[in-house]
Design a protein around this ligand. Sequence first.
Ligand SMILES: Cc1cc2nc3c(=O)[nH]c(=O)nc-3n(C[C@H](O)[C@H](O)[C@H](O)COP(=O)(O)OP(=O)(O)OC[C@H]3O[C@@H](n4cnc5c(N)ncnc54)[C@H](O)[C@@H]3O)c2cc1C
Ligand code: FES
Length: 511
Amino acid sequence: MTDKILPSESKSYWRATNDFEMFPKLSEDIEVDIAIIGAGLTGITAAYLLSKLGRKVIVVEGSRILTGTTGFTTAKVTAQHGPIYQKLINTFGEEQARLYYEANTAALHFIEQTASDLGIHCDFEKVDAFLYADTEDGVDILQKEMEAYNKIGIEGATLTKETGLPYTVKESLKLENQGQFHPLKYANGLIKKAIENGVQFYEQSRAKSIHSTNLVEMVDGNEIRAKKILVCSHFPFNDEDGLYFTRMYSERSYALAAPAEANYPKGVYINVEKPTRSIRTALGADGRRYLLIGGEGHTTGRFEGDTTANYEALAAFGREQFNIKQYTYRWSAQDLVTLDELPYVGPMTSGLPDVLVATGYAKWGMTNSTVAAQIMVANVTGTGNRFADLYSPIRSKMKKEDIKSFTKINASVAKELVKGKTEKIDVLFNDLQLGTGDIVKLDGQKVGAFKDVTGKIYLVKPVCTHLGCDVVFNDAECSWDCPCHGSRYTFTGEVIEGPAYEPLEKIEYAE
Ligand SMILES: Cc1cc2nc3c(=O)[nH]c(=O)nc-3n(C[C@H](O)[C@H](O)[C@H](O)COP(=O)(O)OP(=O)(O)OC[C@H]3O[C@@H](n4cnc5c(N)ncnc54)[C@H](O)[C@@H]3O)c2cc1C
Ligand code: FES
């Protein structure tokens, strides 16, 4: 079944439908006004905004540009971030909830306007956003969310059963005039303009640490001196002081894309129940409409069995509800969720005022990355930004709900740490099938083993180099994933994403 309905390799719809310039490696020490670490939508938007102000800016990207979460998003551009407003009112009060709405609505308009001003053909479309429910509990959530909308004055919202989806729902909350776009075409447009304005981009240039003297040390030994350093690396790579890994967790999700039928749904959709189903369409390079279906989220590294089952669940949903028989693209990605589900943007710690961080968008980073870039730019220029306090990573004291989340996140990490050390290994090395990986017993030792389709063996010590949790094998992506804070490694042990920055220890295997 899997082979027929799913492409065998992960390929993001966005990355497959956009070309990229190749930038050089940073090969010398450099002194600049502002150093931006990480070329996802956050870093690129900040670079564009700063370039307009004539600042001397460089962007260093550890891998290739836009190969982080931005290259694997669903790219709805909306201020409807799930049923967020009732939560925000409960945690922060109406005024702060309204500010969050205003920040993200302004970001939506900024993206539309910027694309138009710069002539970026990024397939931006105005669409209605729908939160929908299939159960009575879900309807209750939508009604409460509508009340929250009314309290903070969100206009253009209605409860309706008319969604444009080919299946009936019990209820939906429609928010008019939201958006969707091709995130990489948009980001590439910003890069082009930033380069015209003098920004220098570097790829394959990984930052290793930041010193209090405003010096960025690169993995290959080069140094960057900057008046301000913007950490836009998704997970802050320099987390020594901020302990962000105790205040966020990483959530992975899966997505599929296939040519859509003629009467495709016109909005962007997400349900309020589990499992999540996130739906939109996009205009393909071949002129056809593609249907994108996302969902099946779980904490990174925490899953039962084989992760290809998540793709299969989405495929079954698409087959049943949209009559899709075969998919063209499949991919998965992760985003970071903070204690109170609001991003952390601003000075990384109170002791490091010139090092700014932007992270924790909880899968709503298209508008939040714009808000974050604007807050960081205002910090650099000293002009102030009315959303800065709301997003501040050092925002006052922890609320009761935050303490609960903090305890839950860290207790579950502690459990994973112990579980990995005490769990009995029942898979024997010789039982490993072609094209699979697992933690196995070899000569009495616990090792992480991957056997490729030709039978070649790759062995690693299955212990995460961040804080020592045992990694697990993710079959769908052929990666080693850490259940504690979401670090991921290739099957050979190289870091894909942090907080870890050192590879897994390799173990020699004589065949
Ligand atoms: C499945 C999924 C669906 C989503 N759908 C939506 C959606 O519909 N709408 C929405 O608003 N949001 C959505 N999001 C969220 C959104 O995609 C992300 O929040 C956003 O892309 C994050 O952007 P970023 O620039 O912060 O990070 P990234 O795009 O990850 O960029 C960070 C960059 O930093 C680089 N880097 C890391 N460490 C270093 C280092 N040490 N040195 C140099 N470079 C480094 C990485 O290589 C990477 O390129 C979704 C997320 C997921 C996972
Ligand atoms: S990511 Fe923290 S221990 Fe692995």
